[in-house]
Design a protein around this ligand. Structure first.
Ligand code: NAG
Ligand code: NAG
Ligand code: NAG
Length: 329
């Protein structure tokens, strides 16, 4: 197959599953955590240490953290929960229903792992270590050690906070064909609201002068959710979603672009530089490649358990996509 002047069109077919179709034989691991039953059992000599404390110092949007932890009455049921935002005590959340008392923890962990995962003798020594991958999603992180298993969690120790160098950084650009053949839309996420900064894309043909196109800003709030748990322990602030339209593109030309935010004090925050190839002229003889996959699910690359972790095949799909794209470009 000729690989000349390929345009790769990735079509993601997200099948909206009716409730039954999403239920395989197993449960969602996070839903097994009875977060409402959590009790406090902070132990003087138990600890969780996380390092490094600042992630993404080279501008990466994902990074690894190493945990060292210890608990004098260890068991194989002990687990580590990752919390983001780092503060999850009930003093910062209000009850959803005024007649109910708020849960002890304001948020459910975004993922968890058993304390013995990479330290098989944790049960005997009470000491363990674990490496976890974190992605920059605007909030800081803390790591809590629980005994009592998932069904009867007892919080025994919490780490200090870990944060990305710039948690609000503009990240994760998504490209989509615009309304016209010579238009590309760029959508990304940041922690900068409309009153804080002006979002834009700085772009142009590779090697040429670059221009700026303004972007719009949208978000949604906790009150847009129907009720608990989406409004309570399951809520995670979505940050701000920006979209800009790059117009009058030349067919088949390579373009570079950067995401930018101009803050009210006139300083700038930039993403790294990215690139794309514009569409061919309509009707032009060209080879298009289409990748089609079904609802791919979601899993954690570091092996930890997360919502919908019952779909580890999604990692295979992702790795295969990356491989195919490397061959084509
Ligand atoms: C670690 O703990 C889990 C959960 O209790 C258990 O299923 C697993 O067998 C344990 N692993 C080892 C090596 O003991
Ligand atoms: C502008 O504001 C940002 C965010 O508050 C701050 O990090 C930065 O240092 C400020 N820059 C100047 C030049 O004052
Ligand atoms: C994913 O890939 C691994 C390694 O190739 C394989 O062992 C596993 O069966 C695959 N999982 C699924 C769900 O296809």
């Amino acid at each position: 197959m000729s690989l000349r002047s390929l345009n790769l069109l990735v079509m993601i077919l997200v099948t909206l599953l009716s409730s039954g179709a999403g239920k395989p034989s197993g449960e969602q691991p996070l839903s097994r955590i009875e977060i409402h039953k959590t009790t406090l059992a902070l132990h003087d000599s138990a600890y969780v240490e996380a390092s490094p404390r600042v992630l993404g110092l080279q501008g990466q949007n994902s990074d690894w953290v190493t945990l060292q932890y210890s608990y004098p009455s260890p068991s194989n049921d002990d687990w580590i929960g990752v919390f983001s935002p780092a503060s999850f005590s009930s003093s910062i959340c209000l009850p959803e229903n005024p007649k109910e008392s708020p849960p002890l923890l304001c948020t459910a962990p975004i993922k968890y792992q058993y304390a013995n995962y990479t330290t098989s003798d944790y049960r005997n020594t009470g000491k363990g270590s674990l490496k976890l991958q974190l992605i920059n999603q605007r909030e800081d992180f803390s790591f809590a050690l629980f005994s009592g298993g998932l069904s009867n969690p007892k919080l025994v120790a919490v780490s200090k906070k870990v944060t990305f160098a710039n948690p609000k950084a503009p990240v994760y650009p998504r490209l989509a064909q615009g309304k016209l053949w010579n238009e590309m839309s760029v959508t990304w996420t940041s922690g900068y609201g409309i009153n804080e900064a002006e979002p834009f894309v700085e772009w142009g043909a590779r090697g040429d002068s670059q221009v700026r196109s303004p972007a719009g800003t949208l978000t949604f709030s906790r009150n847009s959710m129907c009720g608990a748990p989406a409004r309570t322990v399951g809520w995670r602030d979505p940050g701000f979603i920006h979209t800009s339209f790059l117009k009058d593109l030349w067919p088949n030309k390579m373009y570079t672009y950067k995401l930018g935010h101009k803050l009210i004090n006139d300083s700038y925050v930039w993403s790294r530089s990215y690139s794309f190839k514009a569409s061919p002229y309509p009707g032009q003889d060209s080879l298009q490649q289409v990748v089609i996959f079904g609802d791919m699910g979601k899993a954690e690359a570091d092996g930890s358990n997360e919502y919908n972790n019952f779909q580890p095949g999604s990692l295979n799909t992702t790795y295969q996509l990356i491989k195919d794209l490397r061959i084509l470009t």
